[in-house]
Ligand binder design. Sequence first.
Ligand SMILES: Nc1ncnc2c1ncn2[C@@H]1O[C@H](COP(=O)(O)OP(=O)(O)OP(=O)(O)O)[C@@H](O)[C@H]1O
Length: 247
Amino acid sequence: MTVPALAISNLAKSFDRPVINNLGLTVRAGEFYALLGPNGAGKTTILRMVAGLLQPDAGDIAIFGIDVRSHPLAAKQIVAWVSDEPMVYDRLTPLEYLEFVAGLWQIDAHTAEAKSHELLDWLGLAPHANDLCGSFSKGTLQKVALAGALVHDPRLIILDEPLTGLDAGSARQVKDVLLQKVRQGVTVIMTTHILEVAERMAERIGVIAHGRLIAEGTLAELRARVGRETSLEEIFLDLVAAEPAAA
Ligand SMILES: Nc1ncnc2c1ncn2[C@@H]1O[C@H](COP(=O)(O)OP(=O)(O)OP(=O)(O)O)[C@@H](O)[C@H]1O
């Protein structure tokens, strides 16, 4: 059996109250997986633990078989994390930023330059390549952050609400880049509240509520589960409404 891109088992995390409860989740290599859930369900918390930004209280997380807790650097080498709050240096241009990130990954200057131009072209950022990031709108910054996350050719790309605040053209560019990555064999995990996007793009969908995975499958499998030939929005609302708050 091929190693999954992401294998989570018995994951738990509390802040002032339990937020993630005994969560298990497996994402196959090469799939486009959408993680859905109401506000506060725990999606960002899960992904922050996967990206190594937050320590779990219990449980195991492996990325392509690499344990995130015992081998954090090896895991980070193959993951890209794109937060919903882009963090890019105001005083750098996109080109400088990408070359800086490439340097952190110890990518040689020649490759870094070529890679940076390729990403800027892909995301429609080439006309802004030499403008200061501090002058950009949030949507443009989001695309720069995405480009930065892709510089080291990650095998797994994790995105938290990547389309929020993007205009139609930018959203299309980001979606096209992600689909192209999946065609190249990269695994993508994305949270979104835009259910039509999950419906159209994701091969499988996981629904989180109260820190638990309450349903998972292809759209057809989720439809079969609720017993209705309906939209993902209707399925989602049915599943979440049926879920009690306490375990
Ligand atoms: N650092 C923190 N300290 C305390 N509570 C936190 C912290 N981070 C998250 N939480 C709480 O954990 C719960 C889950 O938050 P999380 O951001 O993971 O949800 P989400 O599913 O991503 O929600 P949304 O769709 O609104 O982004 C929320 O109740 C949130 O207030």
